[in-house]
Design a binder for this molecule. Structure first.
Ligand code: UDP
Length: 450
């Protein structure tokens, strides 16, 4: 373990959702291995009680934070805008108390880019701050583009190809119409949020959970946009050689079930921690999977639409259902042949890192972007779009599990797996970026002392 001269604390502020907490905790783990100790500030502490034993991690609460239960009533955009407004003063108090308790020993505040209220505290107490983005570099680049748009002219601009090309320059195959706005209406408020999220403020660097070899063009563009170092540390669960940080209890019985199956014979189906499907889509999927004659492991979370009785029996013959799986272990299991995914960024990184090709069924803007990259840029999967019917599901499964094109995608996915492994090994891009980040933190520390 590398030692820093004075062990100093880093305050991490994740958005308290699984897809955001997980990479932030991996980052924390990576930094503890470099000699820092970690304070995690969360709005809802009860969720993470099982993590309290993590060595080097201390958890504190931001008292005035907005509960996640408000998302349903407000919608994601209004929720985030309000969360940032309500938390700012409360977080300043937290930091002020921490500074007293820790004898001024805070090296940096690293905050999720959606928790931009944190910067006000960093500024007030003259602490270094770093922005952490849990989505792809391409998504972040899109938010930069969206932040500069006039929402009233968005649809009119759609008609002007020259303008469009200029805006999305260097983000091929991304077009203007692909900008990730679906699910975040009304556009006026979303653009306002984007403006806040991409504002650099006094932050001295940006951390992204991605890999240079996956998104080099988008990263170049981001570097230009921000004008401060952009550290690409992904996939963070590998860079940090970390354990899982699951908010839900994992059902490990599926690993025993997988142990009994032949290599690459199972489709793993998961739609992440938030999204849910309508009953009709669940039914069509169930029929499609059964008709494909392949085996499947399906995550159906508590509170999601359950399988209608008429198909539950049929499904139990070919499939295994859990409420929450140890996803990384599942994707690394030899029995898994493909991943039916909603294309959250963590799921994409985890699948790519295990060399598993994907069937993409995205719901909202960012996921659609990720799906597009899987299908058209990395060519390690296919998309199922529109209103899904059992025939589409069956065809998609057969394309990936049986047909030659599926084998080609698997080959390419395995190439990426190798590239990602190289990136976290000594001398690799993520390995180097982590060391550069540590140097950056030490320098900021010195800067703050003088
Ligand atoms: N996950 C898991 N078990 C499951 C389903 C998902 O551990 O049964 C984890 C998955 O490994 C990933 C996270 O939940 O790290 C989901 O994040 P992602 O960005 O893919 O999607 P989100 O939930 O944010 O939509």
């Amino acid at each position: 373990m590398e030692k820093v001269a004075h062990k100093r604390r880093i305050v991490l502020v994740p958005l308290p959702l699984q897809g955001h907490v997980t990479p932030m905790m991996h980052l924390g783990k990576a930094l503890t291995l470099k000699g820092f100790s970690i304070i995690v500030a969360l709005g809802q502490l009860d969720q993470v009680s099982s993590w309290q034993h993590f060595p080097g991690f201390r958890f504190i609460t931001i008292p005035e934070s907005l509960p996640l239960s408000e998302v349903d009533a407000l919608g994601p955009v209004e929720f985030l805008i309000k969360l940032n407004k309500t938390s700012e003063a409360s977080f300043k108090n937290c930091i002020s108390q921490l500074l007293v308790q820790q004898g001024n020993d805070i090296a940096c505040i690293i905050y999720d880019d959606l928790m931009y209220f944190c910067e006000a505290a960093a500024k007030e107490f003259k602490l270094p701050s770093i922005i952490f983005s849990t989505t792809s570099a391409t998504h972040k680049a899109c938010l930069c583009i969206l932040s500069k748009l006039n929402p009233k002219k968005f649809l009119i601009d759609m008609e002007d190809p020259e303008l469009q090309n200029k805006l999305v320059e260097n983000l091929h195959p991304l077009g203007y119409k692909d900008l990730p706005i679906a699910g975040f209406e009304p556009l006026e408020r979303f653009v306002e949020l984007c403006k806040e999220v991409v504002k650099r403020r006094t932050a001295s660097a940006v951390i992204i959970n991605t890999v240079t070899s996956l998104e080099s063009l988008s990263l170049t563009r981001l570097q230009q946009e921000f004008g401060i170092p952009v550290y690409t540390l992904g996939p963070l669960h590998i860079t940090a050689a970390s354990t899982t940080y699951s908010l839900l209890e994992e059902d490990r019985s599926c690993i025993e079930w997988l142990n009994k199956q032949k290599p690459r014979s199972v489709i793993y189906i998961s739609l992440g921690s938030i999204f849910d499907m309508g009953t009709k889509e669940v039914l069509e999927m169930a029929w499609g999977f059964c008709n494909s004659n392949q085996l499947f492991l399906w995550v159906i979370r508590d509170g999601s639409k359950s399988l209608p009785e008429e198909v539950a029996k049929m499904v139990s013959e070919r499939g295994y259902i859990v409420k929450w799986a140890p996803q990384i272990e599942v994707l690394g299991h030899p029995a898994v042949g493909c991943f039916w995914s909603h294309c959250g960024w963590n799921s994409i990184l985890e699948s790519t890192e295990e060399g598993v090709p994907m069937i993409c069924r995205p719901f909202q803007g960012e996921q659609k972007l990720n799906a597009m990259y899987v299908e058209s840029v990395w060519r390690i999967g296919i998309q199922v779009g529109g209103e899904v019917e059992r025939g589409d599901v069956e065809r998609a499964v057969k394309r990936l599990m049986i047909d030659e094109e599926g084998a080609d995608m698997r080959e390419r996915a395995l190439d990426f797996k190798e590239k990602l492994k190289v990136s976290v090994r000594s001398g690799g891009s993520s390995y180097n970026a982590l060391n550069e980040l540590v140097n950056h933190l030490k320098q900021s520390e010195r800067g703050a002392k003088h």
